[in-house]
Design a protein around this ligand. Sequence first.
Ligand code: FE2
Length: 251
Amino acid sequence: MSDVAGGRRLFVRQSSGLVREVSVTNALFFNAAAFMGTGVGWYPAFYSLAFEAWMRLAAERLEGTGVPVYLIPGNDDPYEIDEALAHSPYCVNVDGKVVDIPGDLQVIGSGKSNPTPWRTPREIPDDDFREELTRLADEVRDPRRTILLTHCPPHDTGLDTAPLLDDEMRPIVSAGDLLRGPVGSTGVRRAIEELRPLLGVHGHIHESGGEVGLGSTLCINPGSEAAFGILRGYLVDVGPDGVERAFRVEG
Ligand SMILES: [Fe+2]
């Protein structure tokens, strides 16, 4: 991560299914979505311990580098982890906040999602989602220097395509193929269309990684193949006039 041509480089990374990371030049962001599986129930104590460990690891690796770390949870994360995030010795939870970051940029954070079939802890109706983001957008200095960091991608952008499920939550198959459709948030989409931020950084739909222009906003979703040990991410160069280039990377 380094300044490029006097601009700023944003790095978005997804790791082993426990933590997703996003970084901006001299600043690092974690999109921390953890998942234990609906079949075995939720384990808030495990989550808290896991996140405490991740927060310690982030401090251990990054202390002294001059790279601040910002993070948001994901919809699968129980609210119990927020205490661990709040007590992080190094990272800053930007969920539900507007925060100044290096490069004369601001970030709006939200770890929620629109309703899912799995009834996860941080779901919110789309209208409420839009209202919450609109309220946060009122604090923004300049939309063109603002990154909207929402775990959930905007609806029907190609960053939110997932298998469609029937009433019993089984994937719908037609002519031997899985039917797929948009499952992202209409609230996030409307917030982006209204605010027109510089960049939208998203996750949530692992199988739908990529980048797309939504009006004047570049929206990215690194996607994830953590189950196969593959980390996916994005490098985004931000200059004085906006996004200069974006690279999808993996490791
Ligand atoms: Fe998610």
